[in-house]
Design a protein around this ligand. Structure first.
Ligand SMILES: C[S@@+](CC[C@H](N)C(=O)[O-])C[C@H]1O[C@@H](n2cnc3c(N)ncnc32)[C@H](O)[C@@H]1O
Length: 337
């Protein structure tokens, strides 16, 4: 089984061998991926047989993790698909009205409105997450660079991903998520919380991969993925800002995205999880610096090792950075025991 690839900003998919290799000398069983994002790291831990908990404050990231990390055996079958695709008379038209011509065509907006109504009728929570994760993946695939920070067809090229209909993308996503489902015979869990609200337990290992505070990017995940976030609840419980061109929702506050607050947030985070071994991903063009990060970790842990690897983020989430050497960074993995 393999994990469906995405262009999620900051995804560690390409760095997974480096991360797993850097911690291979540690003796650990239970692990928390505290900022799970695309969930590819949590999935790597699950594949290695660990008991995995994952967390992200974005609902759409949670749905992916619920469908692939917590889920040890449930898949969407043909009957589920027929239920998801049939015409639903109770379907509302919020997406067609609010997002007309912004991201998708009228037929695709209607497809999403109808799909949402059908997903609500699914009783099994894991199936609901598989369907929502697939809907989000389909919507991402139909956007250049997978994001919702601009409207219309900017960056639209002949790529197959953009040519396929949203329905075709949805069916492909269901196939991919179904294929990713497996049991590692552990009770894995997915959470959707602010990281400070997670019970620190302690875990044997906590993997920490927060947004990178950088002078080159705002690292605001809600701003990039607001449409997916809204879609997960049909825009209930979020604040839609109707005056914005992109019809985005208000970003969730997180101190990890703010230059003036990040250092203190790291200190509080390390204190929160001080009972666990910590593995922290961070990069050379972000704040706090390497020296500062080691000092912060040493406030709570005895030994800190730093592993390094040259890395170029080429996902293209930051258009201005493509081909620019600010995109080429040293990735650090701080291992604190
Ligand atoms: C660098 S990404 C993680 C990438 C992930 N490791 C991967 O490989 O895809 C950082 C994640 O932190 C989440 N996040 C930011 N602040 C958070 C907070 N205070 N609590 C929980 N999650 C948060 C964001 O939604 C984002 O998905």
């Amino acid at each position: 089984m393999s994990f469906p690839p995405t262009k999620y900003m900051g995804s560690k998919r390409a760095l997974l061998p480096f991360i797993l290799d850097s911690i291979s000398h540690l003796n650990f069983d239970s692990v928390l991926d505290a900022f799970s994002g695309s969930a590819c790291v949590a999935y790597g831990f699950k594949q290695r047989g660990h008991q995995v908990h994952s967390n992200d404050f974005l609902r759409f990231a949670f749905r992916v993790a619920h469908a692939t990390i917590e889920n040890n055996g449930t898949r969407l079958d043909q009957d589920d698909l027929s239920q998801l695709l049939r015409r639903n008379k109770k379907a509302k038209t919020f997406i067609q009205e609010t997002f007309a011509d912004l991201y998708f065509n009228a037929e695709e907006d209607a497809f999403l409105d109808n799909l949402w109504a059908n997903i609500q009728e699914m009783k099994n929570p894991l199936k609901r997450s598989l369907a929502l994760a697939s809907a989000c993946r389909a919507a991402m695939k139909k956007r250049p660079r997978g994001i919702f920070t601009f409207t219309g067809r900017k960056g639209w090229d002949g790529r197959n991903d953009l040519r396929l209909t949203l329905r075709e993308q949805f069916l492909d996503a269901v196939r991919q998520f179904n294929a990713a489902v497996f049991s590692n015979r552990r009770r894995n869990r997915a959470f959707c919380s602010n990281v400070f609200d997670i019970d620190p337990q302690p875990y044997d290992l906590v993997y920490i991969d927060p947004p990178y505070v950088s002078p080159y990017s705002d690292c605001d995940y809600t701003r990039r993925y607001h449409f997916l976030e809204g879609l997960c609840t049909y825009w209930s419980g979020v604040e839609l800002m109707p005056q914005t061109v992109t019809k985005k929702i208000r970003s969730y506050p997180t101190d990890f995205s703010t230059k003036g607050k990040a250092t203190d947030a790291f200190r509080r985070l390390f204190e929160h999880f001080r009972g666990s071994t910590l593995a922290v991903s961070y990069s050379s063009n972000a704040i706090p610096s390497k020296g500062k990060m080691v000092r912060l970790l040493k406030e709570f842990k005895r030994h800190v090792e730093v592993r390094e690897i040259q890395h170029r983020y080429s996902h293209g989430n930051h258009n201005h950075k493509i081909g620019d050497n600010k995109n080429s960074v040293i990735e650090y993995l701080y291992v604190a025991t």
